[in-house]
Design a protein around this ligand. Structure first.
Ligand code: BDR
Ligand code: CA
Length: 321
């Protein structure tokens, strides 16, 4: 049975590949996509989710727009990494998939109530929507199977020396999620920085030879350029699809069950995930934290997703699913 999943995202180059992987993989049932302000404003991330679904022929998956601001304080965006559109690089036409009339919290409420089985939530942006939902609907917590998120790190950050972008963008929301008592999996920079889309990966994608492959290669190329300029990386880390990849292929990641706290008040460390790998705090474990990844297997999943979605329709009439 495929795993029912809702993606909560801020596309974003790596979020875009997560949408494709979730739509393509037979072990995933994609129930919907909610968007949040993060890499860009929520208007832009919502448009980008529609652009990706249109390009990938993902039809009939609801896209609901979420929170425009963090729970407290002003938001941050990442044009230095993802461009002014949030998805710079490829040329996109007018999207032909609609936005759901409901906001993200209402969409989550309706979907979790209606689905016969508990649903897995997959946040790959700031945790604002998820925290807002948990605060508004504690009665639906048992309709959540687990949360598999990209964010944080067991080591250093990227947006500050201590904090990773998704957690720094809304530390109060992250705190709600990490203290929720729900089954939580955290996939952070300590692992995603090993998943670099090296030139051979980009060449494999390009070699698929479809319009979707071209778009995907353009995304990786743009992402590679900004990661080189901003961080001096040799190739871009494809953070977010590690979440769906882990659900689809549970052996892909090595996890440890440990206590994780979110720093809310540090002078230089706000937004850091404090991961007690050695059990020195004596706190109860609250998160399954990724510490290793099978990188070749990961790229096979990504390339397969682009191949699957990019297949010309049997009638030759364009992409449709
Ligand atoms: C995270 O921040 C965003 O820029 C990426 O989409 C990813 O979710 C990495 O720190
Ligand atoms: Ca993201």
């Amino acid at each position: 049975m495929p795993v029912p999943v809702i993606l909560d995202c801020d596309p974003g180059h790596d979020d875009a590949f997560n949408i494709m992987l979730a739509a393509a993989h037979p072990r995933i049932e994609l129930l919907g996509i909610t968007t949040v302000a993060g890499n860009q404003t929520v208007e832009k991330t919502t448009l980008n989710a529609r652009r990706v679904c249109t390009a990938a022929g993902v039809r009939g998956v609801p896209i609901a727009a979420g929170m425009a601001e963090p729970l407290r304080g002003p938001g941050i965006v990442a044009p230095d990494i993802h461009g002014e559109s949030g998805l710079d690089g490829p040329e996109f036409g007018e999207p032909d998939v609609p936005v759901d009339g409901r906001d993200a919290v209402t969409f989550l409420r309706d979907t979790l109530r209606a689905h016969p089985e508990p649903v897995t939530l997959v946040p790959t942006g700031p945790l604002t929507n998820i925290a807002a939902f948990l605060l508004a609907h504690p009665e639906l917590a048992d309709r959540i199977e687990r949360i598999v998120l990209m964010g944080g790190s067991t080591e250093r950050g990227n947006r500050t020396p201590a904090a990773e972008f998704n957690i720094l963008a809304d530390p109060e929301a992250a705190d709600v999620v990490f203290r929720s008592g729900l089954h939580l999996t955290m996939i952070g920079l300590n692992v995603s920085h090993r998943a670099l889309a090296t030139p051979d990966v980009v060449a494999r994608v390009k070699a698929l030879g479809t319009p979707l492959a071209e778009m995907s290669a353009a995304l990786l190329t743009y992402f590679g350029d900004t990661y080189r300029e901003v961080f001096g990386f040799p190739a871009p880390p494809l953070h977010d699809p590690l979440t769906v990849a882990h659900i689809a292929a549970p052996d892909l990641l090595t996890l440890v069950h440990v206590p994780v706290a979110v720093e809310l008040t540090g002078t230089h460390t706000r937004g850091a995930t404090v991961v007690d790998l050695d059990g020195v705090t004596g706190a109860a474990p609250n998160a399954h934290v990724a510490v290793d990844v099978d990188v070749p297997a990961y790229w096979d999943l990504i390339v397969d997703a682009v191949r699957t979605l990019g297949r010309p329709a049997p009638t030759g009439g364009g992409l449709s699913r």
